[in-house]
Structure formats: C-alpha cells, structure tokens
Design a protein around this ligand. Structure first.
Ligand code: GTP
Length: 391
C-alpha cells in the first residue's frame, strides 16, 4: 500500500477517519498522510481510489475503522497493512468467454455426448445416460429427475433416434437450470451492499474484481471493503483489483472485518456510491467460530445501514463437484444466501453440479466465472450453459 502512496501524485488528499462511531472528515497534507501510513501500529488503512486512478490527481482515502458493537470473534492482525501491487498477480485479459466455457464444460459433457453416438433408443442408452450424468456430477437426485423426464418425453413423443434424445436431455436440463437465472438488481438500494463469502481459494477476491468491472460497465460506482483481515495478501490482491478498476478499497490492519464493512457502508452512504462489495476471509463451514464471525459481519452491516447486506453471495468453486451442495447448505443455514457465483467453469469436469444445486437448493446463480481475467465473469444463462455442455 505504501508503494501506492509513493507512486502517486496526490496534490490533494482526503483522510477520512471514523472514530468511535462518529464520522469525521479532515483534510490532510501529503506529509500528514505519510505520517499516518508509516506509523508502525497504524490502525487503519487505506486505500486508493478515484477514476482514473493513476495519472490524474487523486483523492486518497484513508478510513479508520470504527469500534464495532460486538467484540470480534477472530483474528488480530499483528502487522500494519502493507498493500502492495508488486506481488499480486495481475489479472489477465480474456478472449472468447463462451469458448472457454465450452472448453471447460467439454470435460463435463464428453461422457454425456458419447451416449448419443450411433446408438439406438433402448434401455442400454438410458443406463449409459444415467451413468454419464452421475459422472458429470449432476448428482443422484437431479439425475433421477432428469431420467424420469427424459424417459417420459421419449415415450410420449415416440422418439427412436438417439440424436433426438440428446435434444430432449438438453431441454430437460434447461428446464431444471432455468430457475437459477436471476439478474442482480443493482438499483434496489443505495448503496446496494453485497457480502461475499466462501471457502478458501473459491475465487472470492478474483470474482469481486471481475464484478467491479462488470458493474462499472453499466455506470455504477463501487467501494470495496477488504473484509479478509486474516491474510495480508488478500488485501493486496483486492487493492490490485481496486487500482485496476479505479475504485476505493477500504482496508484495516487489525482483525475486525465487521468494522471494515461498517465503514465501507458509511462511506458509500456519504458519497452516494452505488454498490459496496465486502470481501470476507475464506472459511470452512465446519469452522464454527468463523461462521459466527460471518454472522457478526452481517449484523454489523445492518447496524451501519438497516437491511444491509442486501445480498449475501457465496462464491463456489465449480470444480469441486458434490461438495458444493454441502457448502451451499452450510453457508445458507448460517447466513442466508441470496445468490451464488460459480467459478472455474472454464476448467471443470464437474459442471453438472449446477443441476444438482438447482434440484437441491434453488439459490440463484448471479454469475459464473470462466477464467482469471477481468472479463471472465458472465451472467448465468441456462440455455447457453447447456449448449456449452452438450454441443
Ligand atoms: N480458471 C479460473 N480460475 C479462477 C477463477 N476464479 C478464480 N480463479 C483463480 O482461483 C484462485 C483463487 O482465487 P482467489 O480469488 O484468490 O480466491 P479467494 O476465494 O479469494 O481465496 P482466499 O482469499 O484464500 O479465500 C486464483 O488463482 C484465481 O485466479 C475462474 O473462474 N477460472
């Protein structure tokens, strides 16, 4: 982070500090800011923003986290935040997301597609189809549902060509997946507060970066809350995405993610920012104290703005197969999920798990991740998905 300070020409700096619940905005000089930044135990940090971020004079916002109403469950960071862009991986540009999705899902769909090659319509075909669906991680319940519907339609329509059965399978999968389609209503609140959760490495931070870009494309202003206060690298990673997109990232060095989120919401309210996206540390549903922490972040967000967070989104690694069901259930029961982002579908042999999710627990899939680049986030479209899977 300090590298940010040094690199930028900041003729005017605004330092915001929120202390003991009271918001204060004070103007400070570059020297003042440097002093704050280099304090060995400086409490809060930074971050950076403004569009465009680099060349133009920018407002550098430092937000000091507020004491939150409840004590923090986990984690006291020992070192000051050092948000640096140097070690973080630069996101790559994306080309042809549909191609990536097709390539990724080809691994999932190959087995299913093979069922329809030179095969007459008989019990053997249905058995092979059932096996292929299970291997593609469609899951037992969803597979049973697909098979029942396919059998019924094939019988009713007297289909005797395997190629036409494939179309029936596609139709049935679309029917099952369709309820997962939902558009994120960004204008529902000002600001709209999104809390992002998930297990370690699911793709939360990367998805936040992509989502920020996506929302900016439709003219929305965004503030990011670096609620992963456990891993310094996570803050740095978020700062890279913030810098790349030219948006504010509010971070804190200590272990109070709820305070960071609280302040990010307060800042967004003051500035009429459209969207707050709160990153959170990765956690396993079995780590109950960390799940409690997530609940606390949610409670504190509501104290900052009644009704927030308006969306609680689980980022789900699409390559983990049936484990996804367990994750969705556990996070949903703990914090009440309103949506999913399913990542890594560009390289997964287990994309069928979306059908399993649709049957098990119909939580909308707002977006799918099809790569590591900034453009590799797409709204979920059932027809597109099934085409990519089976064509
Ligand atoms: N291929 C591919 N890789 C992805 C996608 N989304 C994220 N990744 C990669 O997955 C890895 C983990 O992503 P992160 O965003 O750091 O995951 P995280 O959930 O924030 O991780 P923690 O902070 O450790 O909990 C990184 O290497 C990302 O580039 C995707 O849609 N496709």
């Amino acid at each position: 982070m300090f590298n940010f300070f040094r690199r930028k020409k900041t003729p005017e700096l605004v330092v915001e500090s929120v202390n003991d619940g009271a918001n204060e905005v004070a103007e400070k000089s570059v020297t003042d800011l440097a002093e704050i930044a280099f304090l060995p135990t400086a409490q809060l940090d930074v971050v950076e923003l403004s569009t465009p971020p680099l060349e133009e004079p920018s407002l550098l916002n430092t937000v000091e986290a507020t004491e939150t109403p409840d004590s923090v469950v986990e984690g006291e960071a020992e070192n000051p935040v050092q948000v640096s862009t140097q070690e973080a991986t630069a996101p790559t540009e994306s080309v042809g997301w549909l191609v990536r999705l097709r390539q990724g899902l080809a691994k999932t769909g190959t087995g299913i597609k093979h069922v329809f090659i030179e095969h007459k319509v008989d019990e053997a075909l249905f058995e092979q189809l059932e096996d292929a669906l299970l291997l593609a991680d469609v899951g037992v319940n969803a597979t049973a549902q697909v098979m029942e519907k396919v059998r019924a339609r094939v019988k009713k329509e007297r289909i005797d060509d395997a190629k036409n059965v494939k179309q029936v399978v596609k139709d049935v999968l679309v029917e099952i997946l369709k309820p997962l389609e939902k558009v994120l209503d960004v204008d529902a609140h000002l600001p709209l507060v999104l809390m992002i959760a998930g297990v370690n490495g699911a793709g939360k931070t990367t998805s936040i970066g992509k989502l920020t870009h996506h929302l900016q494309q439709s003219g929305k202003s965004i503030v990011l809350a670096a609620g992963d206060t456990f891993r310094a690298a996570a803050r740095e990673q978020l700062a890279v995405w913030g810098e790349r997109n030219g948006v504010t990232v509010i971070a804190q060095e200590s272990g109070d993610p709820a305070a960071v989120v609280f302040d990010a919401i307060a800042s967004a309210q003051a500035k009429k920012t459209n969207v707050v996206i709160a990153d959170t540390a990765g956690r396993l549903p079995t780590q109950l104290h960390l799940m409690d922490e997530l609940k606390k972040i949610k409670r504190v967000a509501d104290k900052s703005m009644a009704g927030a967070p308006h969306e609680v989104i689980l980022v789900l690694d699409g390559s983990i197969g049936q484990n996804a069901l367990m994750q969705v259930k556990a996070f949903d029961e703990a914090v009440g999920l309103t949506g999913l982002i399913v990542t890594k579908l560009d390289g997964s042999a287990k994309g069928g798990v979306l059908a399993a999710l649709a049957v098990d627990r119909q939580i909308p899939v707002y977006f799918i991740g099809v790569g590591e680049g900034v453009h590799d986030l797409q709204t979920f479209d059932a027809v597109e998905f099934v085409d990519a899977l089976l064509d």
